[in-house]
Design a protein around this ligand. Structure first.
Ligand SMILES: Cc1cc2nc3c(=O)[nH]c(=O)nc-3n(C[C@H](O)[C@H](O)[C@H](O)COP(=O)(O)OP(=O)(O)OC[C@H]3O[C@@H](n4cnc5c(N)ncnc54)[C@H](O)[C@@H]3O)c2cc1C
Length: 415
């Protein structure tokens, strides 16, 4: 595959862009692969990429029922941060954040990583204590965050109303190296690198059944016919419950719609990401100038990919309260994605009751930020058959053994 470079852009400009290659191939499925990954979202593609890069395994197919990145990876609000409370979470999210820093160079694909800083507002005394505790925990974990006071909040984001009609801003948990990245580009960059290693990314290929013999996985049924494999990775986010059912086991996850919206574009007015958990809303400004706004998750299980109208109303109300200058903005678009929520709000990366069948799911409202770390850990799990240090705590068995990784505060606002 030809490398992208400034020279290539100049060369193609002179020859009417006739020399660009397709970013990834679209092959027909083989009858068998060493490893099949179900789901070409960020986590599925990153898993395939690190299987090749870290473990030298390239006879891999990634099967996708729609188009790659068309699930939550292409629908999220792109916030990247690693200031979680528990040690296993801080480790995997910080691994992901640090991989994001050089991912554009590594993949030779501009994922537009923008470490502009993420601020989580403390608007009650309970939140002040909670975020101060997280800042202390992060210091011990080697994650750079700090608790800042209201003056610094105003300095970092002048459009915030510090006094607020209901909840004044008392401070914030600030992670200066957090930020955003272009979501589709993350999927596209990994897909291009996987295709370059000879892996097959097969779109419009829905997995409809999982085949096994003697308690070991042997292949999958798909809308393009049966395909055999030695190992199987199920990485389908909101559809994890359905696919697990095909493999003969149940998961402690619930699927709900989470939604987001964007405003009309305006001039640059905000160069940080702000999350306001108490009033429940979060926002950043895209490079095009749109305000990218995250809303809440539905309180009932569904697969609609839309989200309820009352959440839009609540989110907009929360943001006008926090940023009064938004009150005259028009909203352009709204959409939803189906997220897979676990009881402790932490992901599941581990073995399943079916032999050689592995799982990466349960990222809920916050798995975009984890894509490089989740892919890294899942590739190690599948390649070695056992979880490595990053994944060990996130096993499915923790729900039976009561070893929860409680991140309900860190993941309190949908992000
Ligand atoms: C509105 C919204 C805002 C969010 N904001 C943030 C944020 O700011 N920061 C953050 O970190 N996270 C955020 N998230 C969460 C984040 O998007 C997800 O956790 C993450 O994208 C999950 O990635 P994934 O690869 O596991 O899943 P997905 O990207 O959903 O990929 C799973 C893929 O599996 C495919 N699939 C499903 N069933 C089958 C089948 N039977 N056969 C074949 N393929 C199948 C689907 O089509 C899909 O493409 C947000 C999510 C939403 C919906």
């Amino acid at each position: 595959m030809k490398r992208y470079s400034a020279f290539a852009v100049a060369r193609e400009a002179l020859r009417r862009h006739s020399g660009w290659e397709r970013a990834w191939a679209s092959p027909e499925p083989q009858s068998k692969y060493d490893i099949i990954i179900v789901g070409a979202g960020g986590h599925g593609l990153a898993t395939a990429y690190y299987l090749g890069k870290n473990h030298g395994i390239t006879n891999v197919a990634v099967l996708e029922k729609g188009w790659l990145g068309g699930g939550n990876t292409g629908r999220n609000t792109t916030i990247i941060r690693s200031n979680y409370l528990q040690d296993p979470s801080a480790a995997i999210y910080e691994k992901a954040r640090s991989l994001y820093e050089t991912l554009s160079q590594e993949l030779n694909y501009n994922i537009m990583f923008s470490p502009r800083g993420v601020m989580m507002l403390a608007q009650t005394h309970h939140e002040v204590r909670g975020y101060q505790r997280t800042a202390h925990a992060n210091a011990l974990q080697g994650v750079e965050t700090e608790y800042v006071g209201p003056d610094r909040v105003k300095e970092l984001c002048p459009i915030i109303s510090i006094d607020g009609p209901r909840y004044p801003v008392l401070g914030a948990l600030w992670q200066a190296r957090g930020g955003t990245a272009r979501h589709d580009a993350v999927a596209w960059g990994y897909a291009r690198a996987c295709s370059d290693m000879g892996m097959h990314i097969i779109q419009q290929c829905e997995v409809t059944g999982v085949r096994s013999s003697n308690g070991q996985v042997s292949g999958v049924e798909t809308t393009k016919g049966p395909i055999d494999c030695d190992k199987l990775g199920l990485i389908v986010a909101g559809y994890s419950g359905r696919v697990a059912e095909m493999a003969g086991f149940r998961l402690p996850v619930e699927s709900v719609a989470l939604q987001a919206l964007v405003s009309e574009p305006i001039k640059p007015c905000m160069d940080v990401v702000v999350m306001a958990n108490t009033v429940h809303g979060y926002m950043s400004q895209s490079d095009k100038g749109e305000m990218v706004i995250g809303g809440g998750a539905d309180g009932f299980n569904n697969y609609t990919q839309r989200g309820s109208f009352h959440h839009i109303e609540e989110t907009v109300r929360a943001l006008i309260e926090t940023f009064p200058m938004l009150s005259r903005l028009k909203m352009l678009r709204q959409w939803g994605g189906i997220v897979d929520m676990t009881g402790d709000r932490s992901p599941i990366i581990g073995k399943t009751p079916l032999g050689n069948c592995f799982l990466n799911c349960g990222w809920g409202t916050g798995g975009f930020k984890a894509i490089p770390g989740g892919g890294w850990a899942t590739a190690e799990l599948i390649a070695k058959g056992e979880p490595g240090p990053l994944a060990r705590a996130f096993s499915l068995g923790r729900f039976r053994e009561g070893r929860f990784i409680d991140e309900s505060v860190a993941a309190g606002v949908a992000h």
